[in-house]
Write a protein that binds this ligand. Structure first.
Ligand SMILES: *[C@@H]1O[C@H](CO)[C@@H](O)[C@H](O)[C@H]1NC(C)=O
Ligand SMILES: *[C@@H]1O[C@H](CO)[C@@H](O)[C@H](O)[C@H]1NC(C)=O
Length: 375
């Protein structure tokens, strides 16, 4: 009996034929289901297939050698796969590819916001994915020099919209040390910016206090990069942190040093005391009239919403709260931005889904406020 059944299956298989579905009311058989129809199926693109770019945007070889023709673009996604500047869990070198994976369901073809009715991916700006900066993973100093160079090259490209503009970059981290290269790059083109820094940690630690006791280069890490950026004069004293809740190392000095670096602090629980609108108002007021760099450490979110992060701190904001705040910053002159998020995600990819949406919000702010003037 068993033999007869498998023989039958085999013969069925041997005579397999194309399945033809009955016509659906209102559609000709030709334009059902497969774009272009069954006879000439469209294989020009697929949302979930192939090599990932952020939000299915076109890839451009932005880091091509001098003299090579490079397509123009207005806003660039640039990955920074670097994670050897962290004090806790490494893994953020897989952040850029993780965020791209988290963005796979986002695409220019279906990008209309239910809140605004806008599709920022197909407005005036040509938005591309430049892939990742090639960074060595055994020497922090060399890797950050590579990242500096990558930012310099990408930001020196011509924009599609205007000859007078500089392309703006949304960096996908990587650990937070990578923001230093991005700030050096915005400083080259726009001068000192105000930083809006979403994070659970202040990241302005004096290198003497965090890491630098061992060697000079160890003093440059994901907890000190803002201190160093301040020393380099890259940002203004109109900067502000949002979502802070992690403990500090020295009871008074760390906060005093933070103030000296040019920051004001919005703490995570301020959202309960004052409400979300007050947070938005404080952020906008603080940076008013200046060019802005927005840096989002995914650990600003509660670990419930972003479990995969280098230094998780409970008691943070929700994804919805963060996205509402980001979208409400519309109108600011955002000249650069990043979201830093690592691996160790759960099976539902909660963290990279959130990070992808944050990156989309940052792109939205850039599209909403074109910035043409440079220094
Ligand atoms: C790039 O610029 C060209 C010429 O100005 C314009 O026609 C085109 O729409 C722009 N591309 C994008 C994607 O905005
Ligand atoms: C920032 O620094 C300038 C001087 O460089 C000073 O006049 C100003 O009061 C400072 N602003 C804030 C908000 O600390």
């Amino acid at each position: 009996m068993a033999f007869i059944i498998s023989a039958l299956l085999l013969s069925n298989h041997a005579s397999a034929r194309e399945v033809v579905f009955p016509p659906t009311s209102g559609y000709a058989t030709d334009d059902q289901i497969i774009l272009g129809g069954y006879n000439d199926p469209d294989i020009s693109h697929a949302k979930f297939g192939g090599l990932n770019t952020f939000a299915n945007l076109p890839y451009v070889h932005c880091l091509a050698k001098e003299g090579e023709e490079v397509e123009k673009f207005d806003i660039a996604i640039l990955g920074a796969p670097f994670d050897t500047g962290v004090t806790a869990r490494p893994g953020a070198r897989f952040g850029p590819s993780g965020i791209r994976r988290g963005s796979q369901r986002i695409s220019p073809a279906a990008g209309w916001s239910i809140y605004t009715g806008e599709n920022v991916l197909i407005e005036w700006a040509k938005i591309v994915d430049c892939g990742d900066a090639p960074l060595t993973f055994l020497d922090n100093t060399a890797a950050l020099a590579q990242l500096d160079k990558a930012h310099k090259i990408v930001s020196a490209r011509r924009t599609n919209a205007s000859d007078k503009a500089v392309p703006r970059i949304v960096t996908l981290g990587g650990d937070h040390t990578t923001t230093l290269s991005a700030l050096r790059s915005t400083h080259d083109h726009w001068g000192a910016v105000s930083v809006i820094h979403f994070d659970s940690h202040i990241d302005t630690w004096d290198p003497e206090v965090l890491g630098g006791g061992i060697s000079h280069y160890a003093g440059l890490n994901h907890g000190t990069f803002l201190h160093i950026a301040h020393e380099e004069g890259l940002f203004r004293n109109t900067s502000i942190h949002a979502g802070i809740r992690a403990p500090v190392i020295r009871p008074k000095k760390d906060v005093r040093n933070d103030l000296r670096c040019g920051f004001e602090i919005i703490k995570a629980r301020d959202i309960d005391r004052f409400g979300i609108q007050e947070i938005i108002d404080r952020l906008k007021k603080r940076v008013a009239g200046t060019k802005v760099y927005i840096s989002v450490d995914i650990d600003v979110l509660d670990p419930t919403f972003a479990p995969a992060t280098g230094t998780a701190e409970v008691g943070g904001w929700s994804t919805r709260e963060l996205l509402t705040i980001l979208d409400s910053l519309e109108g600011l002159e955002v000249v650069g931005a990043d979201v830093v998020a690592p691996v160790y995600d759960n099976a539902g990819e909660t963290t990279v889904l959130a990070a992808a949406e944050v990156a989309l919000a940052l792109i939205g702010l850039m599209v909403n406020k074109p910035v043409f003037g440079v220094m």
